[in-house]
Design a protein around this ligand. Sequence first.
Ligand code: SAH
Length: 226
Amino acid sequence: MRIDILTVFPEMLEGFFNCSMLARAQKAGLAEIHLHDIRDYTTDKHHKTDDYPFGGCAGLVMKIEPIDNLITALKKERNYDEVIFTSPDGERFNQKIANSMSMLENIIILCGHYKGIDYRIREHLITREISIGDYVLTGGELAAAIMADSVVRLIPGVLSDEQSALSDCFQDDLLAPPVYTRPAEYKGWKVPDVLLSGNQKLINDWELQQSLERTRLLRPDLLDRP
Ligand code: SAH
């Protein structure tokens, strides 16, 4: 899978994508993440990517031209399944969307900044708009990082034990059961006996029971989903 991220602050994301699981996924050739600086696609000599909004309200709006130039250049190289814009008024991101995105081949994620982007970009170039929650960020970079992270870890082979992605929270609309590691007892705080029993069937039943209980208690809304 290839993810092209379009931003005016690529340096905000460089470190993030060079660490941990995302770095490993790229080294293993399972994911390609490319950061593009929108400023490189301006034609004016000051590399201006934003301008004052029509109508006189405060703030700056990202211009169409460099973003159009960049998306056009990328589309010349390959077909894209989606051109996503990160936006607080978009569809709310969740594990289901992450699952379906992880099956795509090529996606573009455009990060807005300042007051947002010229609306015509959204009307003519964007195929999907996604929000990571009901709050407003300074820019779409963190939203792009969150999406890329949750999508890439679902690509088969990225996590060393594929099962560990399948047993995460929200897969199957259930919260994950608690996990423990050694020592089995610390300051008198004990790991549940069943996990030390060696009986896999009992352990699976206990984990499912815990998932159901935690979901009922903490996120009952998940159990009502169709
Ligand atoms: N004036 C805009 C907010 C601009 S914030 C409004 O009220 O809708 C600047 C940029 O940050 C946005 O264009 C978007 O790309 C990004 N952003 C902010 N909050 C976000 C969120 N919750 N999810 C995804 N992207 C977000």
